[in-house]
Design a binder for this molecule. Structure first.
Ligand code: ARG
Length: 271
């Protein structure tokens, strides 16, 4: 299996907190250790550097505790960047900050017409754009994504509020292979996934409940929550190298490694 060197965007959790609840993982009354969150995030960044990936950073802004979840900052494919529009007002101000970063970095910009939470719900798998809906990203945005990027969009209906973003229920391992939690999807979407990806790895609820599917693969190495031991074993059986990371503090906001990581795809060659 060949590893792809990746160009990634991350945001240090300087102002991380759980001040509001917009998904079932978030309990504003539970204590959060921001310093520990920062140390855990730095470990994730170090793993990427050790794998040879390039990590860019966007400056975190005070008052935006979820800005650490860079996956929600946009969708970047073939040098085009689609900005985001959050469902919840608490995260609204993150959108222009990420948009400005993409513009400054020289990406061709597109603005969303509907709620669209970026790579949280939109994942490129080979030549298909897998697009989640049901909790955050609006179904109407899927048509715009297809128009902007020119990849066929496959709508996937999420049904379990704990797996509110597609990237909490499904991981792209390489161009042909996925891992996902079947029961996080509607029956029709499960049938679509079986049809398009018959060899996909099916995760268990135990793995998904520790956000094990919120993983980042370069085609050879899979960075995933260290708690997802069952999924890690299945991935190793398939020939992937697994790298566990403990993001226990960020999980209190409903996020894992993938949520903290936005892939910047410059063009076809470096996709
Ligand atoms: N607290 C954040 C929210 O609910 C977590 C976002 C996690 N990001 C992701 N790509 N799944 O919006």
């Amino acid at each position: 299996m060949d590893a792809t060197r990746q160009h990634l965007l991350m945001c240090r959790p300087t102002y991380f907190a759980v001040d509001y609840a917009i998904n079932p993982w978030m309990d504003p009354t539970a204590p959060v250790d921001t310093d520990l969150a920062i140390r855990q995030w730095e470990q994730l960044r170090q793993i990427y550097r050790d794998l040879g990936h390039t990590v860019e950073e966007i400056t975190p802004l005070p008052g935006l505790p979820d800005m650490v979840f860079a996956a929600n900052g946009g969708t970047v494919i073939d040098g085009k960047a689609m900005a985001v529009q959050f469902r919840d007002p608490q995260r609204a101000d993150e959108a222009p900050a990420y948009r400005a970063w993409f513009e400054e970095a020289g990406f061709e910009m597109y603005d969303p017409k509907h709620v669209n939470e970026g790579e949280g719900d939109i994942l490129l798998a080979g030549d298909h754009l897998l697009a989640g809906t049901g909790f955050r990203t609006a179904h109407a945005s899927h048509a715009q994504l297809q128009e902007v990027f020119g990849y066929p969009v496959i709508t996937l209906q999420l049904v379990d509020p704990r797996f509110y973003h597609l990237d909490t229920a499904l991981t792209v391992l390489d161009e042909q292979t996925l891992a996902y939690l079947p029961e996080a999807f509607s029956p029709g979407s499960q049938a679509v996934l079986r049809r398009l990806f018959p060899d996909a790895l099916h995760a268990t609820m135990a793995d998904a409940e520790v956000l094990g599917l919120n993983a980042v693969s370069d085609g050879r190495h899979v960075v995933l929550p260290v708690q997802a031991t069952g999924l890690a074993a299945k991935l190793r059986d398939r020939g992937y190298q697994t790298i566990g990371v403990d993001l226990s503090e960020l999980r209190k906001a409903g996020g894992g490694p993938k949520c903290c990581t936005l892939r910047l795809r410059q063009g076809k060659a470096s996709r």
